[in-house]
Design a protein. Structure first.
Length: 255
């Protein structure tokens, strides 16, 4: 890592935003700071303070703004590398059983995934509509994650992730795990009925297997999750999806 300071990084981010704003004003004479803030996915007051050097940003918020305004991936990657963000973030971060019991429902993970999508807005009504939740449930989701320090809220009300992708604790027999999986199955049933076939994928495989190979199969499945997580970084994220993988015996297992 070079001797670049955090202040240097913030200034580079600020200069990029200023240059991009000027380019847009040249193309569109009536283009305003409010238009720019809407494109960046943040409030106009927050954008004004960033441009005037009155506010710094986290790596996560900077990445979101970069992606929303269409910054080159090379620019985004350079900024995040200097911020020491990408190298330090694990693909998945395990959480404790106690914490998992509080956030085992899909809505919590769906919200954190939504925060990484292009055009995310820290607005309850918008979040509720995108996740198909009531505004009350959307607010509860956010407040719970803030209290658990998995999401941060600044003084302007902007939300940013404070943790990497979360991995539920091992132990599939726990009540929290059963609740999560049952909810996933119910959501899949609903998707099968209402979602266009172009927007979903359902597949199944029935095959004979020696039970002693189950740990290797489980390892392959977990490896697939990591590959899909890496794949999601190769293009702008626009929607949130859930993948359910269930493997269970059809024959009565002989002990």
């Amino acid at each position: 890592m070079s001797s670049v300071t955090l202040e240097d990084i913030q200034n580079r981010f600020r200069e990029f935003l200023k240059e991009e704003f000027e380019k847009r004003k040249i193309k569109h004479e009536k283009y305003s700071l409010r238009d720019y803030a809407k494109s960046a996915g943040i409030r106009v007051s927050a954008l004004s303070e960033i441009l005037n050097g009155k506010r710094n940003v986290s790596a996560k918020l900077a990445q979101r703004v970069f992606e929303n305004v269409g910054a080159p991936r090379k620019t985004i990657g350079f900024f995040l590398k200097e911020f020491n963000f990408i190298r330090s973030r694990p693909a998945f971060l395990a959480i404790s059983e106690d914490k998992y019991e509080l956030i085992c429902e899909t809505r919590f993970y769906a919200f954190m995934a939504l925060m990484e999508t292009k055009g995310f807005i820290s607005d309850i009504k918008w979040i509720a509509q995108r996740l198909q939740l009531t505004e009350e449930l959307a607010k509860d989701t956010i407040e719970t994650l803030v209290q658990l320090e998995l999401v941060e809220r600044d003084v302007w009300g902007e939300l940013t992730l404070s943790q990497a992708n979360l991995q539920s604790p091992d132990g599939g027999a726990s009540e929290a795990n059963r609740k999560s999986h049952l909810q996933g199955i119910e959501m899949a049933k609903k998707s099968l009925e209402v979602d266009d076939v172009k927007d979903r994928d359902f597949s199944a495989m029935i095959f004979p297997l020696c039970p002693s190979l189950l740990p290797k199969v489980e390892a392959k499945i977990r490896s697939l999750y990591e590959e899909l997580s890496a794949l999601s970084e190769t293009a702008p994220k626009r929607e949130v999806y859930r993948i359910n993988v269930q493997m269970f015996p059809i024959t009565k297992v002989r002990r």
